[in-house]
Write a protein that binds this ligand. Structure first.
Ligand code: MRU
Length: 351
């Protein structure tokens, strides 16, 4: 793994392929340090996904697609005839790196579809597909951003949670894609963001990303969301998703469900913005979605500082599931689903 530092340019790129290597913007140290880490080894990429160098469902999926290219290049070098077998343990390790975001398994599945047609060096075909997955994601975000902004229309303010922006995707963002499009059309005046304990994706990443684009953003503690809604400052909550079940239940960053419940009480509307690659029709409902539990030290402290007393225990689920019944709209690149249910979700996939 190699480190390089960069000055920031306004089109944030969390994931990049450059000169036969994968470059990841190290999101653990943002916004204080802007540095890229470079990878040529699939197992190091799996570690980077687990340790949150790269995070956010679509960005993890795109990273995994490029990681398959790295794995195939190495395996083909070892044995040009058996590379597809050699690669299997690498793929399993990659899939297990973070279990909740379906985009990871989806992207690896897309790459595997090409294996049987690869005669000779697999790199050109696999790299072309990984780049396509990356570009498709950016296009999807621009489309769903535009669709979502029209659902919100002209209003005052929105609240978002975690980071579902360019940093969490191929570019532009899902929830932040909707917010970017709404802002550029003059539809919204103010964005509020929850700090999002314990990783502080809201405080560190979403604020930083929106400030690069001069979009007015105000940070609140996670606990202030209910009062914010009561104050009338926000009309919509807009979040991303890690996995959407066939019935419209949505797994997203821990705290999302309590925001949806609170929004219902205050008559604030609730939108989930996600590409169709985040919809998992194999999951009948949110109850079946695997919820990642992360190390307790992430909760016992804050960044590098220890907070809780010695020997205190903690529980650290990274995601929760919001029932579809609490969601006003799921916005994808293929269309908007108002008040989601299984019939409407499945219809999105029928031509
Ligand atoms: O733990 P993280 O930072 O990977 O969690 C990210 C989220 O929960 C996002 O909202 C989700 O992945 C959608 S990103 C477009």
């Amino acid at each position: 793994m190699i480190q390089s530092t960069n000055t920031f340019d306004s089109s944030v790129k969390a994931v990049e392929w450059s000169n036969g290597r994968l470059r990841l913007l190290d999101q653990r140290v943002l916004p204080a340090v802007v540095r890229y880490l470079e990878f040529d080894d699939v197992n190091q990429v799996a570690d980077a996904i687990r340790s949150m160098v790269v995070r956010g469902a679509p960005a993890i999926g795109i990273t995994a697609a490029y990681a398959v290219v790295l794995a195939a290049m190495a395996a083909h070098k070892k044995d040009p005839h058996l590379w597809q077998e050699i690669i299997q343990p690498d793929l399993e390790r990659l899939i297990k790196a973070r279990p909740t975001a379906v985009n990871l398994a989806w992207a690896i599945g897309e790459m595997q579809k090409l294996f049987s047609g690869c005669d000779g060096d697999p790199e050109p075909a696999l790299l072309a597909r990984a780049k396509e997955i990356h570009e498709q994601d950016i296009r999807a975000n621009r489309t769903l951003g535009d669709l979502g902004s029209e659902v919100i229309g002209k209003t005052q303010g929105v609240l978002t949670h975690c980071n579902a922006g360019a940093l969490a995707t191929g570019g532009y963002g899902t929830a932040l894609g909707v917010i970017r499009s709404s802002w550029s059309k003059g539809y919204i005046k103010q964005v509020y963001v929850n700090e999002t304990r314990p990783w502080l994706q809201g405080a560190r990443l979403t604020t930083w990303e929106l400030m690069q684009d001069q979009i007015p953003v105000t940070l609140i503690t996670d606990n202030a969301a209910s009062l914010l809604m009561k104050s009338g400052r926000v009309q919509w909550v807009v979040v991303g998703a890690d996995r959407i079940a066939a019935n419209g239940d949505v797994a997203n960053k821990i705290g999302t469900c309590q925001l949806a419940i609170t929004a219902k009480h205050h008559r604030v509307r609730f939108m989930v913005a996600a590409p169709t690659s985040t919809i998992d029709l194999h999951m009948p409902s949110g109850d079946e979605i695997p919820i990642e539990e992360r190390p307790e030290n992430e909760v016992l402290g804050c960044l590098e500082n220890k907070i809780a007393p010695e020997n205190c225990t903690a529980w650290n689920p990274a995601f929760d599931v919001t029932p579809g019944a609490l969601i006003d709209a799921i916005v994808t690149e293929s269309g908007v689903i108002n008040r989601p249910d299984e019939k409407k979700i499945r219809a999105l996939f029928t031509p």
